[in-house]
Design a protein around this ligand. Structure first.
Ligand SMILES: [Ca+2]
Ligand SMILES: [Ca+2]
Length: 332
């Protein structure tokens, strides 16, 4: 008898659950699901050397000019494809998206550029790029054009010049985001090393994010250089903050031995920082006893909020609260 009662109870429970489920499904159908955000917004296109040769292997840099954030791709089977939803700050209707390309191997002197305005009504926008040889134009570029580094790391970039004919002087300014990176030093490169020359390293301004008045000029009359070289190397330091800083050249002027300006193409760069979390104090990508030891060595000290990394919770005191944050993110 109790078995029958148990069975009927189970059957009743199943029926009640089923009816709740059916009502729930019915209600959601009647009300309609909220609109789902699109999960992709592609920038796609073909890429060719000249008009016909597939630019396979060419490096693709897609830049949101409003945020300076970048995405990368490599041309395959004559085309490229990036998803703007991969941009850290996403994008807005009306943003200008620039597509830069640089050839590789025997096409390393080829480059291409095109742009589009984001139209969120379309989930795929076609931006074809034709790469052209830099035969008639001098190239000045930031090397590497894109760099991904960890927080609080030193790194070096160079400014390279590929002249298309004899040049005798180069000037530039450099712009960066001082909230993300700082410049330590700027040194002369080998561009004009075969001649007596004067290199002016300019003025580093880490408050406003610039190096101004950088120039190098050959001092002997009528001499010039037409072989590629490094104009300057710049040593920088990343802060421990997530973001992408432009490395942009402005006020560029390149002159020939007759003191006339030469035509140039400029390729800027960018640096993206992947910060360490505050609880990984020794920056070894693990959170464990070694981080606790660093806190213990400053135990009881006080200062401004975050004055040393060991003040993990930024309250101005090194105490158990900082250790708790390490403990909560323990990786062992
Ligand atoms: Ca650690
Ligand atoms: Ca603290």
């Amino acid at each position: 008898m109790w078995k029958k009662r148990l069975m009927s109870l189970v059957i009743t429970a199943v029926l009640v659950l089923a009816s709740i489920l059916i009502v729930g499904i019915h209600n959601s159908l009647v009300k309609g699901d909220p609109p789902v955000d699109p999960q992709f917004h592609y920038i796609v296109g073909s890429a060719t050397y000249g008009d016909t040769t597939s630019a396979d292997g060419a490096q693709v840099t897609v830049i949101n000019e409003r945020t300076s954030e970048v995405l990368y791709d490599v041309v395959e089977s004559g085309g490229y494809e990036v998803d703007l939803f991969d941009l850290p700050s996403l994008f807005e209707d009306g943003d200008t998206i620039t597509v830069q390309m640089k050839g590789t191997g025997s096409y390393s002197s080829w480059t291409g550029l095109n742009a589009t305005i984001v139209d969120t009504a379309f989930v795929a926008q076609i931006v074809d790029v034709h790469l052209t040889e830099l035969g008639g134009v001098t190239l000045i570029e930031v090397i590497p054009s894109s760099l991904i580094i960890e927080g609080e790391t030193s790194f070096t970039i160079s400014i390279n010049v590929t002249p298309h004919k004899s040049i005798a002087g180069v000037q530039m300014e450099l712009i960066f985001n001082p909230n993300l990176i700082l410049v330590d030093s700027i040194l002369e490169g080998d561009l004009f090393q075969d001649y007596s020359n004067y290199f002016n390293p300019g003025i580093i301004d880490n408050s406003n994010g610039s190096i101004k008045n950088v120039f190098n000029v050959i001092l002997s009359p009528h001499n010039g250089v037409s072989t590629p070289g490094t104009f300057a190397t710049i040593r920088l330091q990343s802060k421990n903050i997530e973001g992408t800083s432009p490395i942009n050249l402005t006020n560029v002027m390149i002159g020939n031995p007759s003191a006339l300006p030469v035509e140039y193409i400029l390729i800027n760069g960018s640096v993206s920082i992947i910060p360490y979390p505050p609880w990984d104090l020794n920056k070894d990508n693990r959170t464990n006893i070694l981080d606790l030891i660093l806190i213990a060595q400053h135990w009881g000290e006080t200062g401004d909020s975050c004055w040393i990394p060991e003040d993990v919770n930024c309250d101005g005191t090194i105490n158990i609260l900082d250790m708790v944050l390490v403990g909560q993110h323990w990786t062992g």
